[in-house]
Design a protein around this ligand. Structure first.
Ligand SMILES: O=C(O)CCC(=O)C(=O)O
Ligand SMILES: [Fe+2]
Length: 391
């Protein structure tokens, strides 16, 4: 089983057709694209997109600028940090990571949205797991978010992130047209001024850096799924907003296929039997973006579309023998290279009123499961919950 790969070129011509400067792509190609989107949103809430229109030069520029930033001195990196007043900037998560046997376990237990019961996990050793991120918010004042701040170095950082952010806004609009049609809404439904407006949305761009890591594994564990250690780089979680446009930094992203993952968009009724938790590898496809739906979209669609639990695990890139006498096949040194990802979290206008879509509600057979909520209140609720503060 794999996530679907969807060619979104028909959505671009749909946009161009709007201003009558070009003929739309064939109706059949558009219909297939919409049907593929609908099916992916209902089944996994995850899909890859091709022909997205983002120039590879822009992607390379952000990758390089972000690598140079994370390679800078701690002083530079801490010039702009996340605080109560500024929910963006630099964050360094140095938590005590824990390795588990992969006997159906998952999650690092650090994330409040992780749904594992620790009773069923077998801890085999501990290690320091680290991840650094830098985020920016919208540039416009009417988003009610604080103005953007950048570190003084590298000089290319501000420009690369700013340009990438703008390109992602455009891609989000293109995707929203397709998603609206998949929900039997008018093509520009999501792009209304009081729903997702380029002068009022609260999208966030985050560059992520997972440093390289090394650990030992018993030689007899190699190839044995029940003995292999699973090293978690980002704990199991769902994303909060409408959708995420992810440029993955290599293999390691996994989504939860657990049929017992009973979750709603508030994430407050998650249950999971860890013995049956199944994680599916999301393939790393060079040149494609991974799209995953967030909790807000699940809420909006009255649980018809899915915000799926996902995590990042370390994937060994080579297995070397320890040069300190552990080459006798007792222990193997596992090396995992650095991972750099770029996530664009598509959040609606703060004031957007999120009421389950009529097309997803039936008074008798499938009544609305959620009250109306302002998009900014939903984000705040999810944020507070992730910090362990119930709302
Ligand atoms: O690093 C990745 O590829 C995934 C990151 C992620 O899921 C997130 O930041 O929400
Ligand atoms: Fe995520």
């Amino acid at each position: 089983m794999n996530i679907p790969i969807i060619d979104i070129s028909p959505l671009h011509s749909l946009t161009i057709a709007d201003d009558h400067s070009s003929s739309p792509s064939s109706p059949a190609a558009l219909q297939k694209c919409i049907a593929d989107l609908k099916s992916a949103c209902q089944s996994h809430g995850f899909f890859a997109i091709q022909n997205h229109g983002i120039p590879s030069s822009l992607i390379t520029a952000v990758r390089h600028a972000s690598r140079d930033f994370f390679d800078s001195s701690p002083d530079i990196k801490r010039e702009v940090t996340m605080s109560e007043d500024y929910p963006y900037g630099y964050e360094n998560y140095e938590s005590l990571g824990v390795m588990y046997c992969s006997n159906g376990s998952g999650g690092d237990g650090n994330d409040s949205s992780s749904n594992d019961s620790s009773a069923n996990r077998q801890q085999v050793s501990t290690m320091i797991d680290s991840k650094e991120t830098f985020s920016i918010g919208p540039s416009h004042n009417s988003s009610k978010m604080p103005p953007r701040q950048f570190p003084s170095h590298p000089s290319s950082f501000q420009r690369a992130l700013t340009e990438y952010y703008t390109a992602m806004e455009t891609l989000a609009c293109t995707l929203f047209r397709g998603l609206a049609l998949a929900l039997d809404l008018k093509m520009d439904w999501f792009l209304q001024r009081d729903v997702f407006d380029v002068t009022a949305h609260q999208c966030a761009l985050r560059v992520l850096n997972y440093p390289p890591l090394e650990y030992y594994e018993d030689a007899d564990a190699a190839g044995d799924e029940t003995k292999n250690k699973t090293v978690i780089r980002a704990g199991a979680h769902t994303d909060y907003g409408a959708l995420t446009i992810l440029l993955s930094g290599g293999p390691g992203l996994q989504l939860c296929l657990d049929p017992n993952q009973e979750t709603n968009a508030n994430n407050d009724t998650i249950t999971s039997n860890t013995n049956t938790t199944t994680w599916m590898d999301v393939p790393h496809l060079e040149g494609a973006f991974i799209i995953n739906l967030g909790d807000l979209m699940q809420r909006w669609t009255n649980d018809r579309w899915r915000s799926t639990l996902h995590r990042v695990v370390a994937v060994p890139d080579d297995i070397a023998c320890d040069d300190e006498g552990h080459s006798n096949n007792e222990r193997r040194l596992i090396r995992c290279s650095r991972r750099q990802s770029i996530a664009f979290f598509v959040n609606m206008n703060g004031d957007a009123n999120i009421v389950p879509f009529e097309s997803c509600v039936d008074e008798k057979s499938n009544p609305a499961r959620y009250e109306a909520i302002k998009a900014s209140d939903h984000l705040m609720q999810r944020h507070l919950r992730s910090m362990g503060k119930q709302t």
